[in-house]
Design a protein around this ligand. Structure first.
Ligand code: ADE
Length: 332
């Protein structure tokens, strides 16, 4: 059962297209290898799987993997989000509804307030729910036993979890950006699932602009499919892809207008000198978390921004990409 309706976002329209088994999941080979060993061992011992923490940039497949884990274990999964667990009672209600062996998936687990995170400590460690009931002199600790279960947490940044919570995850798995070849395969899989064919050239052109992220590559695929439908084509070709990307103003590295605004701001406004995250965010009118979690990691990954102790600086490659002359030494 899925506690949270996975609807509302376009990416979730094709939840049913997501791979159901580890063997269907493309990429993240090292992670899959480790996960496969842990799942197989838990099954052989007939025990619940140790708690798992997935971390990495958004859109790389943390939720998909959590659902696959439950499938592979042959158990139910309950899905929630750290931002929905505001009070200890919110978490207690979900924990007390678990059946033996179930998976509880908490996306954005770092968003839980510390007081709620604390309820997880004993739940994870000895499958018991310790709640304080009553106030003042009447306050008592109520301990309720829980069935063995597996908590799967997902976060963009494990550093934002309290250390005691982080330490209670037995299996820590980091998701990496996908290679263009892996994204190509994912796009071909989506094209097949949606019964809208695509040429290899077009799929590769999308893959190159997918920022190493299946969610983005699949979103681009849908935009290009719209364009092809509009143009009366029954197959997505390189021309439709090119036209769609131009109208979306997505360049050949997959950068959009916000990425370019970030780079222009670093180069032109701050003249290549180190800039703090909050100054950068307010200069371009974006929120800090969006820059730190979504935009910056990819710009760093492809070598357009360097993170230094004093702040972010644009690299020479960023100047070249925007067609701005790189200042000679002493000029900056
Ligand atoms: N769809 C989105 N991500 C995927 C992946 N890693 N493998 C297969 N299909 C996917």
């Amino acid at each position: 059962m899925v506690a949270r309706e996975l609807s509302g976002r376009e990416d979730d329209v094709d939840v049913t297209l997501r791979p159901q088994r580890l063997s269907e999941y493309i990429g993240q080979d090292e992670l899959k290898h480790e996960l496969n060993i842990a799942i197989s061992a838990a099954r052989l011992r007939n025990e619940s799987l140790d708690h798992v923490l997935f971390f990495g940039p958004p859109g790389l497949g943390k939720t998909t993997l959590a659902c696959i884990v439950a499938n592979e274990l042959g158990t139910q999964i309950k899905v929630t989000n750290g931002s929905a667990l505001i009070r200890t009672g919110d978490l207690a209600a979900i924990l007390s509804s678990l059946n033996p062996g179930d998976v509880l998936f908490i996306d954005e687990v770092h968003r839980m307030p510390v007081i709620v995170q604390e309820v997880l400590y004993s739940a994870m460690e000895d499958y018991s729910l310790s709640l304080i009931v009553g106030r003042g002199v009447d306050a008592r600790t109520l301990t309720i036993p829980l069935p063995p279960f597996t908590l799967i947490g997902a976060t963009t940044d494990p550093g934002r979890l309290s250390a005691p919570l982080r330490d209670r995850f037995g299996i820590l798995l980091s998701l990496q950006y996908y290679s263009p070849t892996e994204l190509l395969e994912i796009i071909q899989r989506t094209s097949h699932a949606l019964s809208f064919p695509i040429t290899v050239d077009a799929a590769y052109a999308i893959a190159l602009r997918g920022r190493g992220t299946p969610r983005i590559a699949n979103r681009l695929f849908r935009r290009v499919r719209d364009y092809a439908t509009y143009a009366g084509k029954s197959i997505i070709d390189a021309e439709a892809t090119q036209k769609a990307m131009e109208s979306l103003r997505i360049d050949e590295l997959g950068l959009d207008q916000t990425d370019r605004k970030i780079l222009e701001c670093l180069i032109l406004r701050y003249e290549g000198k180190p800039v703090g995250l909050s100054s950068l965010a307010s200069a371009i009118g974006e929120n800090v978390e969006n820059i730190s979690d979504v935009y910056e990691p990819y710009l760093v990954q492809i070598g357009l921004i360097n993170r230094t102790p004093k702040g972010r600086i644009p690299t020479k490659k960023a100047y070249v990409h925007l067609g701005i002359p790189f200042p000679a030494k002493g000029e900056a």
